[in-house]
Ligand binder design. Structure first.
Ligand code: 5AD
Ligand code: SF4
Length: 440
């Protein structure tokens, strides 16, 4: 019996798919390379932007044919898109061949649901008790060694005015520190070399535990585990990034000099209407402090254009901030109107062609910054964790520097899974090219 998972959205979802794969493998399913060979297809969805949703609906439509050819095929849908209001009735009427609908918090019910549908092919399982609470003892089929992801906090309390996440994923819920630490220790013992701690806002970690647990405390605890490994984390809400977190990065050599600090906009007026609860000035001061405490840090961000009421001046303020902040890279998004969020009904929705113009300019501006930072790295040696062979070129591998830059490099042995010193020889915009100079 084969399974195939379609994953949409963020790193969090990619990791959730590893949990789905783990449960299916526990039931005896094995992964297959093509959907047409699957006995079960899972759509692990994302509703953060409309573009992802349209893609998912389009893709789900194409599985109708597979179902017609194979009556025993089970199709399941989970992830945050299923948790939007009214979605279940849409699925029932437009996609009647979907057998199972779960959300994010009740995904541990998948084996039970699959068994029910297998026992009675007319049965459907549409569970609406989405936020039942995630179980941490779920089996995992990790797919990205030497990297691994570990959830530390679920949900979000921030209610940024454009964002659907708190509405679908519920309130913040931290895992116990002892559970997180033992998972990290076990991954290190298994040979994983880079572990990324995940949460919508990792800086809130521990607040809901009411026992003094903090994110900085967790970083210090994990940083003290013996061995050669790297820790990264994402995302950090700028309003909650404290000095003790920056100090924990500075004081623990295993914690990467790398911070993902979503800014969203460079305009105070837009930030206020986004309910971000920081100002442009405070954000830029924070960047200055990070750079003074963490030399060679790589800072990345998320930025949005076309938020309702964003004027040309607001947009120019964002471009100006991008030049000042010197991000090594930025995820740039066009604002997407999400039903159920306050921004949905705000005045001054920006027309699509204007959003397009702005995103192109934003990408160009960030690209110039990235190019400049990349050029400064040429001629220097960086420690790179080799992640994969580069399929296009012989004896060439790719990996990341501690500060998060992607490097392609030549090496005369297979270094995948090892730390290698790489001399950067060339910077081709975002990507760096070099060669291994000695084994770690
Ligand atoms: N439209 C566009 N981008 C969004 N994001 C969140 N909600 C929306 C939306 N409605 C972006 C933010 C966030 C990232 C994960 O997705 O930039 O940081
Ligand atoms: Fe959405 Fe804001 Fe929470 Fe991030 S912090 S998930 S953008 S509400």
């Amino acid at each position: 019996m084969n399974y195939y998972i379609n994953t949409y959205g963020c790193q969090m979802n990619i990791h959730e798919s590893e949990k789905i794969a783990g449960m299916l493998e526990d039931m005896g399913y094995i992964p297959c390379a093509e959907e047409k060979d699957a006995d079960i297809i899972v759509f692990n969805t994302c509703c953060i932007r409309e573009t992802a949703e349209q893609k998912i609906y389009g893709h789900m439509g194409t599985t109708k044919k597979l179902k017609q050819n194979n009556k025993d095929l089970i199709i399941a849908m989970c992830g945050c898109m299923t948790q939007q209001e009214g979605i279940q009735s849409t699925i029932k009427s437009k996609y009647p061949y979907i057998d199972i609908v779960l959300g994010t918090g009740n995904i541990s019910m998948l084996p039970q649901a699959v068994n029910r549908v297998r026992a009675n092919r007319k049965d459907k399982v549409f569970d609406e008790n989405y936020l039942k609470g995630t179980e941490d003892s779920m089996p995992l089929a990790r797919t990205s060694a030497p990297n691994a992801w570990v959830n530390i906090i679920y949900g979000c309390n921030n209610f940024c005015s454009y964002c659907i996440v708190p509405h679908v994923r519920g309130r913040e819920h931290s895992r116990k520190m002892s559970d997180v630490v033992s998972e990290v220790k076990s991954l290190i013992a298994q040979g994983y070399k880079e572990i990324t701690l995940l949460g919508q806002n990792v800086n809130s970690y521990g607040h809901d535990l009411n026992d003094g647990t903090t994110f900085a405390g967790l970083l210090n605890e994990i940083g003290a585990i013996p061995g050669k490994f790297r820790i990264r984390f994402m995302s950090s809400h700028p309003k909650d990034l404290t000095d003790d977190v920056i100090a924990a990065i500075a004081n623990n050599k295993n914690i990467c000099n790398n911070i993902h600090l979503p800014v969203q906009s460079g305009s105070d007026d837009v930030l206020r209407r986004m309910n971000r609860r920081y100002t442009r000035q405070r954000y830029l001061e924070q960047i200055k402090k990070i750079r003074s405490m963490l030399p060679d840090v790589g800072i990345t961000t998320d930025i949005m254009v076309g938020f309702p009421g964003e004027t040309e001046q607001d947009f120019q303020d964002t471009l100006d901030l991008v030049r000042q902040a010197e991000y090594s890279s930025a995820f740039c998004f066009i604002y997407s109107r999400r039903k159920g969020t306050p921004a949905y009904s705000m005045e001054g929705q920006v027309p699509y062609p204007e959003k397009q113009r702005r995103i192109q300019l934003l990408l160009k501006t960030q690209n110039e910054v990235t190019k400049r930072l990349s050029a400064e790295m040429v001629g220097k040696v960086y420690e790179v964790l080799a992640e994969d062979a580069n399929p296009k070129y012989p004896d060439t591998y790719c990996g990341r520097t501690e500060n998060g830059r992607l490097v392609n490099f030549r090496c005369d042995f297979n270094p995948v899974g090892q730390f290698v010193d790489v001399l950067i020889e060339q910077a081709r915009s975002a990507t760096l090219w070099g060669r291994a100079v000695k084994e770690d």
